[in-house]
Design a protein around this ligand. Sequence first.
Ligand code: NAD
Length: 273
Amino acid sequence: MELKDKVAIVTGAGRGIGQGIAEVLAREGAKVVVADRNLEDANKATEKIKSTGGRALAFTADVASKTSVQAMVGETVKQFGGVDALVNNAGIEGPPTLAKDLSEEQWDRVLGVNLKGVFLCCQAVIPAMIARGKGKIVNIGSTAAIRMTFFGSVDYTVSKHGVAGLTQHLAWELADHKITVNTICPGGVLTPLMEQGSTAEFRATVTKRLVPLGRFCSIDEIGEAVSFFASDRADMITGQLVAVDGGLLTGFGEDLRAIVRQRMEAAKTHGNS
Ligand SMILES: NC(=O)c1ccc[n+]([C@@H]2O[C@H](COP(=O)([O-])OP(=O)(O)OC[C@H]3O[C@@H](n4cnc5c(N)ncnc54)[C@H](O)[C@@H]3O)[C@@H](O)[C@H]2O)c1
């Protein structure tokens, strides 16, 4: 139980990756605030944690609203006495659109949640973490935070690259207070967001082409990585982007492995040319 009695806020924890993270943190002993703009989902996720003996509290929050975020942090401090960890997971995608057709509304909405939302949540927890003498901020980026991906549109890539910049800047700024800031960058994870945005055939093709480990990540695997970065074991790590992507960022999946093997066999026979 490496997070015993720590207080953690997880945004967007009503379903998908956020729910997986909240469950792993609760299993590790944390008191978890399950924050989501959808209260029904937050309640369901909270009940599930409680049914396995975990401690959790559901809260409706819109990360794109400063008032809502301040209320979320205020209630956490009131109910649990402080904040040790913040996991900025809430994120959205618009429909895949070329830049020339992208609406100003989609740009503002996606950056409002994925980038401004992360900043507002960080800003809101800083005083509580300073009061604790240390703190852990773990953002959920994407492989699109490290390298452009074809999966989302330009607004999504820019929002996640913004999270990368925010991670490094805040890591530096908050180091004085022993607050670490890191970003986990998932590859493909099968969640409602992913299911809505792709077909099974598309996902299978992409995996074969791009993912050396040959499958999507599970929500628990993202939770395990977050749990480590939220724990005292990661005290000396800050400002980092860590991909949990089955090797996707190498760019070479099973399809390409066959070509490389063929080339090696040919070199054995004919020598290198
Ligand atoms: N699924 C993937 O393959 C994948 C890959 C890389 C990164 N990510 C990132 O992981 C995070 C979670 O994605 P997911 O696939 O679980 O998505 P999801 O849509 O399944 O779940 C997102 C949750 O966030 C909540 N949410 C959305 N906007 C919110 C807001 N303004 N305030 C509070 N809550 C809000 C939703 O209600 C929902 O419960 C996102 O940041 C996403 O960009 C996902």
